[in-house]
Design a protein around this ligand. Structure first.
Ligand code: SF4
Length: 358
């Protein structure tokens, strides 16, 4: 029947309400959720502890329809690990991307939260692509279900660093996270889930007690530079980020990560590093330095996709020396600095490169 709804759209509470309305018990909802998300049984008839009448009711109301993986691109790394980028076609024909990074015991999935993005960060291909719509919680969760099945792995870490600004779609992201982080359902621990944002401070305040890791995409050491590449800075300037971090209400042991895409001759000088030290010392933050990924796709398989229409901007990747000097300066000031050597870069799954292919 066409008017059936996907079971993946329902939160536990919504399913409880459905069960009660249909003369079943509230706890049946949890049993059904366990079948779906823990055992991965996608047929109500196989849910052996659910009564026949409830199974029939479920069958006539819900289906197990998932979006479809339409293409994938693989990148092997010299250390024996690999990354996969997946193009996923949604029900309405929109396409999103997810990137799976297999790195030893760490199986990370970079998920999308929107089709496109409204934030228009200048260095980002997603931002340059514009905004189409928010993803539903079910479309967010589907990325995990599809890729776990495709790669035959259990995802250990989730990062909201794919297409879109997760805090601009917070209702659906929170709904998805309830299922993703529930140890009885998908079961990815909250401390292994990172929400990466361009810095929507009001929403950050809303999620700071939820115990997910937070990463703020900073990318500049002063408002003049940040205004040039991140329009959100006009609404929430760097002082607001500093204030949010320094208010000390962010929970416990997790440091907030400040992501910093290093762009040659723009934000990669020692003076920029000094400005960062002045702003954030001695706050509870660590830096993640990311080399800028240029959109250069000529003569690649991707040139046949929507990437082929990308116009290049003028930004350049920082030099190895500038990169090392920048890192040294921050480390000598006492900051923890991690480096993201942009795994998945050759398949355009690196930071700022997810765009969706139509
Ligand atoms: S960097 Fe993030 S917030 Fe900015 S445009 Fe890209 S996806 Fe959106």
């Amino acid at each position: 029947m066409n008017n059936k709804k996907s079971i993946f759209c329902l939160s536990l509470k919504e399913l409880e309400t459905f069960c009660i309305k249909n003369s079943a018990k509230k706890f049946n909802a949890f049993q059904i959720m366990k079948w779906v998300y823990s055992t991965r049984i996608y047929d109500f008839n196989d849910m052996t502890n659910i009564s026949k009448s409830l199974r029939e009711t479920l069958n006539s109301n819900f289906n197990f329809k998932l979006p479809e993986i339409t293409a994938s691109f693989k990148e092997d790394t010299t250390d024996g690990n690999y990354s996969m980028k997946y193009l996923i076609k949604l029900d309405d024909g929109c396409t999103i991307e997810s990137v799976f990074i297999d790195y030893g015991k760490r199986k990370t999935l970079c998920v999308s939260s929107q089709v496109g993005c409204k934030m228009l960060c200048d260095f980002c291909s997603t931002g340059n692509f514009g905004f189409q719509r928010n993803l539903t919680s079910s479309e967010i969760i589907s990325q995990i279900l599809l890729i776990e099945n495709e790669c035959k792995v259990k995802i250990t870490n989730i990062v909201f660093m794919g297409m879109g600004e997760p805090l601009d779609n917070l209702f659906e992201v929170k709904k998805a996270l309830e299922i993703i982080s529930d140890p009885n359902l998908i079961g990815v621990a909250r401390r292994k889930i990172t929400i990466s944002t361009c810095g929507i401070i009001d929403k950050l305040i809303e999620i700071r007690d939820l115990r997910y890791k937070i990463a703020i995409s900073l990318n500049a050491s002063n408002n003049y530079l940040r205004n040039k590449i991140m329009p959100i800075n006009k609404k929430y300037p760097i002082e607001d980020i500093v204030k949010f971090i320094s208010c000390g209400k962010y929970f416990g042991h997790n440091k907030i990560t400040l992501e910093y895409v290093l762009i040659k001759d723009f934000n990669d000088s020692i003076n920029n590093a000094k400005e960062l030290i002045k702003l954030f010392f001695p706050q509870n933050v660590k830096f993640n330095l990311i080399p800028f990924n240029k959109f250069d796709i000529k003569n690649t398989e991707l040139s046949k996709t929507a990437y082929g229409k990308l116009t290049e901007n003028n930004y350049e990747r920082t030099s190895e020396t500038a990169y090392n000097n920048f890192q040294d300066k921050l480390m000598k000031a006492g900051f923890v600095v991690t480096i993201r050597h942009s795994k998945a870069q050759s398949i355009y799954g690196g930071c700022g490169q997810l765009k969706g292919s139509l």
